[in-house]
Design a protein around this ligand. Structure first.
Ligand SMILES: O=C(O)CCC(=O)C(=O)O
Ligand SMILES: [Fe+2]
Length: 332
């Protein structure tokens, strides 16, 4: 039996999902239903720490390119397509209700490949020689998401592939997106309490993987008490181990499980103690296939939770769920 509590997140657990830990499924379910955030030990997560470093170098190369180079792959150009491409600083405001100014960040959104190293959107010039690196990295991220979804299914007592088959790639369309983020260091006009790097929000999809760099903190999660709690870049004291990968549950998986798994609100700030530096991060937002029906999860744990909370949702596709979520945010 999984204990489901609604207390504030205290410490985000670090979970070993290698085969040497038979308790991984239950530990993941507990963390996902309590905190909504969990660190995955990167001893056997399938995302090579050297590849993560290299991707950060590509990200730096892209964001330091000229405005013309970035403009050529702009999200607002017809070529890039919906939600794909470069977002210049000042374009996105993740928390429009309470933010006075837009997020202080730039981003590059890379959609799912349509073939081996092939993309529908234009690839920025500095990344062009590395399309296979991007492709392999997206694949490794996807496989990790699938492993986590299998563990969650196992812990919920359903077929281990129940969620995974609904996220299966590569020929079917999904809204899965890989995002490189750059938050420039604060300049002199920075105003405490006014400028925010990324406004309070929850993620839309099923699972998000987040990669951070040592010495570049700033992520915070909102406890149920309403207090903001800093998320460390490295929760381990031991610097000799690879950094764990941060994973969080998105709105779609929260809704699909009747609120059992938590999509926790988070934001990125200019940290008070270590102010001054740039922050780079990378996020892999995993979504089911657009056409996947969000049918009732055949798990007694989920169904009991729905009975208790009354949070039954109508059966729609993942694509429709995203449209509804975007409509609610942007008031369209
Ligand atoms: O940059 C980060 O640390 C978090 C970014 C984030 O939450 C998002 O893009 O959804
Ligand atoms: Fe987020």
């Amino acid at each position: 039996m999984v204990a489901i509590k609604t207390t504030a997140p205290t410490q985000i657990p670090v979970i070993d999902i290698s085969t040497s830990n038979p308790d991984a499924p239950q530990q993941l379910l507990y963390a996902a239903s309590r905190h909504g955030f969990v660190f995955i030990k990167n001893n056997d997560a399938g995302v090579d720490p050297g590849d993560i470093d290299f991707m950060f170098r590509l990200s730096e190369a892209f964001f330091s390119a000229s405005t013309e180079v970035k403009q050529a792959v702009s999200i607002s150009s017809n070529k890039a397509g919906k939600n794909h491409g470069w977002l210049s600083r000042g374009v996105e405001k993740l928390d429009p209700q309470s933010q006075q100014r837009p997020d202080v960040k730039e981003a590059f959104n890379l959609g799912q490949p349509i073939g081996l190293g092939k993309y529908e959107q234009p690839i920025p010039e500095p990344l062009e020689p590395y399309v296979m690196t991007l492709y392999n990295f997206q694949n490794a991220c996807h496989q990790l998401c699938q492993r986590i979804l299998r563990h969650l299914a196992t812990a919920l007592g359903i077929d281990e592939d129940w969620f995974a088959t609904r996220h299966e790639q590569p020929d079917e369309r999904s809204s899965t997106v890989f995002r490189m983020l750059f938050y420039p260091q604060q300049d002199t006009s920075f105003e405490e309490g006014v400028d925010i790097r990324a406004g309070a929000h929850s993620d839309y999809g099923s699972i998000t993987l987040l990669f951070q760099l040592p010495g570049q903190p700033g992520l915070e999660i909102k406890a149920l008490s309403g207090e903001w709690t800093a998320v460390p870049v490295n929760p381990n004291n031991d610097d000799s181990e690879p950094l764990p990968i941060l994973v969080n549950i998105g709105d779609l998986l929260q809704d699909w499980t009747g609120g059992l798994l938590k999509s926790t609100v988070h934001r990125v700030i200019f940290p008070k103690e270590e102010a001054g530096g740039d922050r780079y991060s990378m996020a892999y937002f995993c979504h089911p296939l657009d056409k996947a029906l969000l049918e009732p999860v055949p798990s007694t744990v989920v169904q009991d939770n729905i009975k208790r909370t009354g949070k039954e949702t109508k059966v729609i596709t993942a694509g429709e769920h995203l449209m509804e979520r975007l409509a609610a945010t942007y008031n369209v």
